[in-house]
Design a binder for this molecule. Structure first.
Ligand code: ZN
Length: 242
């Protein structure tokens, strides 16, 4: 299969990138090739909750008011415990090992970058593999959530266990935001992949970039396409398989 001139240019930049030059910022599209759909697209599919928006179903208020409904949706539409990293995750991990990539900033909560071997991952929205009791803070893994029915209760104190993820209506962790801004400000190549750049804080964070090459890899247009040096409307897992 022949690849486009744009993909060739991109791969050339990455192959020739100096040490500590690359930062990756990614969203849901990075994990779709791993079989994890963007939960916003599950609207209508999940007819039981069709009257509620996906954003409402993963909001803090819904979690507190209807934890059973929250977990029903969460387990069905957000948790894919058997998902494996794809070529994009693996290539990014390789670039970190080579010393070229300094940080991955992700909006995903699936932990697939770490599973692929990446170590410096800034998780804007937390990680579903970490869970904790709201009362006593005992921690639980994802298996505990997957294998419990209805509301998962703490085996020590009976408190409700919640995922260590940022729900809608909740604030992002300030320290993670700051580290993300610093990483982007110091990068000479910023790759934005699998995100339409409409969800806060994506747009705000990318404004810190002052480097040479801004690359956007997304199948649909983003508000920042015009400021990108390279815009690849391709499947990110394809772009990263070389
Ligand atoms: Zn507890």
């Amino acid at each position: 299969m022949s690849i486009s001139h744009e993909i060739e240019t991109f791969r050339g930049w990455i192959d020739e990138a100096p040490a500590k030059s690359i930062v990756f910022f990614g969203g849901a599209g990075v994990s779709t090739a791993s079989g994890i759909p963007d939960f916003r697209s599950s609207e209508g599919v999940f007819t039981k909750y069709a009257h509620l928006s996906p954003e409402r179903l993963v909001s803090a208020s819904y979690f507190h008011e209807q934890p059973e409904g929250f977990y029903d949706f969460y387990r069905t539409s957000l948790v894919f415990a058997d998902a494996e990293p794809n070529t994009a995750h693996f290539k990014l991990a390789e670039l970190e090992r080579e010393g070229k990539l300094t940080a991955i900033i992700t909006q995903n909560i699936d932990g697939l970058h770490q599973k692929a071997g990446s170590s410096y991952v800034l998780e804007l929205h937390g990680n579903m593999h970490r869970n904790y009791c709201q009362k006593c803070y005992r921690t639980y893994d994802l298996d505990f959530i997957v294998n419990s029915e209805g509301i998962p209760y703490c085996v020590d104190c009976g408190g409700i266990v919640r995922p260590d993820v940022v729900l809608y209506e909740e604030a992002l962790e300030e320290a993670v935001l700051q580290r993300s801004a610093v990483a982007i400000a110091q990068a000479s190549i910023l790759i934005i992949g699998g995100t339409s750049l409409v969800v806060f804080p994506a747009a705000a964070l990318t404004s810190y970039f002052k480097g040479d090459h801004l690359v956007i890899i997304n199948q649909t247009p983003t508000p920042q396409d015009s400021s990108a040096d390279l815009c690849l409307k391709e499947d990110i897992a394809e772009v990263f398989s070389w």
